[in-house]
Design a protein around this ligand. Sequence first.
Ligand code: NAP
Length: 262
Amino acid sequence: MPLLHSPPVPVLILGGTTEASTLCTLLEYQNNFAPTLSLAGVTRNPHLPALSVRTGGFGGVDGLYDWLRHNKIQAVVNAVHPFATVMSQHVSIACERLSLPLLRLKRPGWKATPADTWHHAPDLNKAAMILAEITQPLQIFLTTGRKETRPFKNAPQHHYILRSIEAPLPTDLPPHTTLITARGPFDLAGEYDMLRRHQINWLVTKNSGGKATFAKIEAARQLNIPVLIIDRPAQPAGPCVHTAQEALSWLQNYSATTLRNV
Ligand SMILES: NC(=O)c1ccc[n+]([C@@H]2O[C@H](COP(=O)([O-])OP(=O)(O)OC[C@H]3O[C@@H](n4cnc5c(N)ncnc54)[C@H](OP(=O)(O)O)[C@@H]3O)[C@@H](O)[C@H]2O)c1
């Protein structure tokens, strides 16, 4: 148990995911923590929790190191997206320098079933190369994110239905692109209808995991549409949990042991 009357423990949550938002909601009811949620600031009008929020990059590892020290942070939960590799590396280095406890909160990836046809690519460039080699024009549902469409300019023979929360720069788009701006979650009926309406015959997606965007995988399965899946990048070593509840337990454990002695 934390010491009676001990001040709330400052902790940092690196967010931009559903899991980070859920953890923040759980922390709203924990008065032994003083959490700050950090967002990159890439999404306009994000859903914000009722706790301290800071927005924008820290200025690399050194900026993050200074911020952690200045704000007397005692523990960090890295809940950025599984593909946000730069931030994950930066926080790993900064926490190691400061000997701060760091937990990775990362939802599990999706797994193919026997009913799926998945082609794997280790990154977006390799995915675009696979598509470039297919000469027959395809109708591709592209859900990789608005900042990551450029590689597909190298496979210009296909027609892309691009869905992203906000519109990308027109110069980043392959020549035949139809843009749909929408924010998840998406349900199975809607995704099924989307794939049929646009006569999609390939789906390209990162293996983001989670429920909010899983319906497209299920719809592709039902329609026998192949999926070109971008596999998850490696992440720095260290403890990792899959759910916000597990991350809260980890924080409570620190609060009950290590943190009360600092
Ligand atoms: N990559 C994806 O597919 C994806 C999908 C959905 C949501 N997101 C969310 O969007 C944000 C940016 O993703 P990304 O792939 O561009 O990340 P990234 O490549 O790992 O990070 C790029 C830079 O953005 C800043 N940054 C990233 N996350 C931050 C955070 N939570 N708080 C403050 N600064 C942050 C850092 O700037 P400084 O070096 O200046 O500190 C970092 O060096 C992340 O918060 C992530 O969770 C990403």
